[in-house]
Design a protein around this ligand. Structure first.
Ligand SMILES: Nc1ncnc2c1ncn2[C@@H]1O[C@H](COP(=O)(O)OP(=O)(O)OP(=O)(O)O)[C@@H](O)[C@H]1O
Length: 263
């Protein structure tokens, strides 16, 4: 079995009297595509927000095991930029791009967290800074090519078709070289053709060994992409397993009233 890279235990998040996450355990292994599903309000986005430093969980632990250094890093309570530096990158349910910047610039921004260009160097335009900038541009071109957005490189992000904006968010997250890529409802608002293209993009990214944790309501997508699925309801984990195990799990069928898991 491959190595665990994300280990979450007993994660709990209270908002006043609302317990949005209740003792949640979850793990992701290297190279896996794992889906987190559950009815509206189950706590999925809250879970992502705890992982990425937007919320500080009330209780529990979040550890990232870095396969390159062998280090175990506690992410709990770290600021979002630190979490990204350690190797977690995400996209959002509602697209958050720099709309007045070009497609290429949006990816370059993601890239900057992996480079050493200091402000003084940037101001003085030293040779080292210029070389680094060229490397950033080169890598950003390659990432855009991978996600099929090369032809839009010089367009403003806001002028992209909807499906392409979602791909750009993925490109920007990939630019940070994540150990784990978090996708929050990547297919939301997409038409069937865009969804098909998204599935092949995610598969392609995973083929390169990228570990992915995704939240998604589109059960067809979840069942066809995932190695394992975690199911939440009212902040609690109610099931985990392979797509076929989840499809026939009585607690899951009950939570979904038997409808949406027919995919
Ligand atoms: N900042 C907040 N303050 C107070 N309550 C919150 C906050 N964020 C989430 N909640 C509550 O926590 C619960 C879980 O919400 P969350 O958005 O995480 O669910 P979800 O599974 O992502 O839902 P959806 O599928 O609709 O996006 C809900 O009851 C929600 O109202």
């Amino acid at each position: 079995m491959s190595q665990t890279i994300l280990e979450v235990s007993s994660l709990t998040m209270d908002f006043g009297g609302v317990r949005a996450l209740n003792n949640l355990d979850l793990d992701v292994r290297k190279g896996e595509i794992v889906a987190l599903i559950g009815p509206n309000g189950a706590g999925k986005t809250t879970f992502f927000n705890c992982l990425t430093g937007l919320y500080v969980p009330t209780k529990g632990d979040i550890f990232l095991h870095r396969p390159d250094t062998g280090k175990k890093i506690s992410l709990k309570g770290l600021k979002p930029n630190k979490v990204t530096e350690h190797g977690l990158a995400r996209t959002f349910q509602n697209i958050r791009l720099f709309s007045m910047m070009t497609v290429l610039e949006n990816v370059m921004i993601g890239r900057h967290c992996r480079t050493k260009a200091f402000i003084a160097g940037a101001l003085l335009r030293t040779r080292k800074t210029r070389e680094e900038e060229e490397r950033i541009i080169e890598t950003s071109h390659a990432i855009l090519e991978k996600v099929g957005l090369s032809r839009y490189e010089n367009d403003f992000a806001m002028n992209l078709p909807y499906g392409a904006q979602r791909r750009l968010e993925i490109a920007r997250a990939l630019a940070t070289e994540p150990i784990l890529l978090l996708l929050d409802e990547p297919a939301a608002g997409m038409n069937p053709q865009e969804t098909i293209e998204l599935v092949s993009l995610i598969q392609e990214i995973a083929t390169d060994g990228q570990s992915i944790l995704l939240i998604e309501h589109d059960m067809k997508l979840v069942m066809s992409l995932s190695d394992r699925i975690f199911v939440m309801d009212y902040g609690k984990k109610i099931a985990q397993g392979t797509p076929s195990e989840i499809r026939s799990n009585p607690a899951v069928i009950k939570a979904y009233l038997g409808e949406e898991i027919d995919a």
